[in-house]
Design a binder for this molecule. Structure first.
Ligand code: SF4
Length: 428
């Protein structure tokens, strides 16, 4: 049986697409393995959103050149954000790659497979391709919208992934039903901006409508989605989170900066006050909600005072999770064209550390309030001899037990907390 290995970096969307590619290869009789060595076919699912990710991709492509020299029959496929309309240029640059296909362009993959005599059939519809059911996790990632119509000045995504294209409601419902039949209990719906979902579809169904449809699937226990855009999230969606029982109380709501001038330069199209009001509304309507956010430090021209405003916003908002990144210019973006990357690397690092330290203290306080409480945990797997899973509010929980908890819902008494995870015991 030929073997394949999929190397994936980047966002959840890439992970979901890797699951789908794995589904194609499984259906063609390939066997998944966990490393490049001994593989007959490798897929690189790439990310170039940050320079560090792009460097890793280029390093791995270099490594594969060496492997291909040793094993000329090795087939190398590359997809993800590295590949867009630049395939001709990439082909010249990386002649050892057998196929370059744009993210989500499975027709290219199928056509190539057929030319190679790999029996990947067109008749296999996309919704049967999610690899998640043959992995042991009860959680699956389901892309619902590709691309992004916003042009945040620092972001390369719209140039790499193109304009927004939503999948029809029926197609998503079919995929989720197929996943549930195979034991999936939780789905995370993915999009660069899930709040735009459906605007390009006939009748304009929105994310709230989709959540209501999915909520009626028997045996599906939980529904999550990411990422939201503060300027686009609707009251209807907030009401849906509050009232539809399978929709989890967790939101990824990137604020990016705590200063209005920086937000304007980032082209985020909201002010700090609008964001504050939005969070207040969400917390009033969904009192159990946990909130994650993203912050960029060291955006061009960010003064110490402006950075301090981001720090104060983190203090004020008391997010559950903050993902912080130092600004890095991406060629082709508006910020790259119009602004100078003028904040020294040490200052960016210092600002990043300050946010991380503050957030660790906040998350530690928030999580410590869960000590002694009971949590319902959907068990996703085992790590280091412990079971792990997540609460509805997306808190990572570990526990030890001899039973087989995989895919089960466990009632856990929380005994120890840290900023990043919780530990507990099965409540007997
Ligand atoms: S909303 Fe902005 S940051 Fe998010 S993917 Fe679109 S352009 Fe990038």
């Amino acid at each position: 049986m030929p073997r394949y290995f999929i190397w994936t970096i980047g966002c959840q969307m890439n992970k979901a697409e890797s699951q789908q590619i794995a589904g194609y290869l499984d259906s063609a009789g390939y066997q998944a393995i966990n490393s490049f060595s001994n593989a007959d076919l490798v897929v690189l699912n790439t990310c170039v959103v940050r320079q560090s990710a792009e460097n890793k991709v280029l390093g791995t492509l270099g490594l594969l050149k060496g492997l291909k020299n040793e094993q000329p029959n090795l087939q190398i496929l590359v997809t993800g954000c590295l590949v867009n309309s630049n395939t001709q240029e990439l082909k010249k640059r990386f002649p050892h790659v057998d196929l370059l296909f744009k993210p989500g362009d499975y027709h290219e993959l199928v056509t190539w497979g057929q030319k190679q005599g790999i029996p990947i059939g067109q008749r296999l519809l996309r919704y049967t391709h999610n690899h998640a059911w043959i992995t042991s996790s009860p959680c699956a990632l389901v892309p619902i919208i590709q691309g992004c119509d916003n042009f945040c000045s620092y972001c390369i995504v719209p140039y790499k992934r193109g304009r927004e294209v939503s999948r029809p409601v029926e197609e998503i419902v079919c995929e989720v039903e197929a996943l549930v039949e195979r034991g999936i209990k939780e789905v995370t719906l993915l999009g660069q901006n899930v709040d735009s979902y459906g605007q390009d579809l006939p009748g304009h169904p929105d994310l709230a409508d989709l959540l209501n449809e999915l909520n009626s699937i028997n045996d599906l226990a939980r529904i999550r989605f990411l990422t939201n855009h503060p300027k686009d999230i609707s009251r209807k969606l907030i009401d849906t989170i509050a009232s539809v029982n399978k929709v989890c109380e967790h939101l990824e709501l990137p604020v990016q900066a705590g200063d209005d001038d920086i937000l304007k330069a980032m082209r985020r199209e909201y002010t700090v006050e609008q964001y504050r009001k939005l969070v207040n509304t969400i917390r009033r309507k969904v009192p159990q909600v946990s909130l994650s956010t993203d912050i960029i430090v060291g955006f061009p021209g960010e003064t110490e005072e402006q950075f301090e405003r981001s720090l104060s916003l983190v203090k004020e908002m008391r997010f559950d999770v903050v993902h912080v990144a130092a600004y890095s210019p991406r060629p082709g973006t508006i910020a790259w064209r119009e602004y100078q990357d003028d904040i020294p690397a040490e200052a960016k690092k210092e600002r990043l550390n300050k946010i991380e330290e503050l957030q660790a203290a906040i998350a530690s306080e928030i999580n410590s309030q869960l000590q002694g409480r009971q949590a319902e945990v959907l068990v996703e797997g085992r790590k280091g001899g412990k079971w792990f899973g997540r609460t509805r509010s997306n808190k990572l929980v570990f526990f030890e037990d001899d039973g087989d908890w995989l895919g089960q819902s466990a009632g856990i008494q929380i005994e120890k907390t840290s900023p990043w995870s919780l530990k507990g015991e099965v409540k007997k």
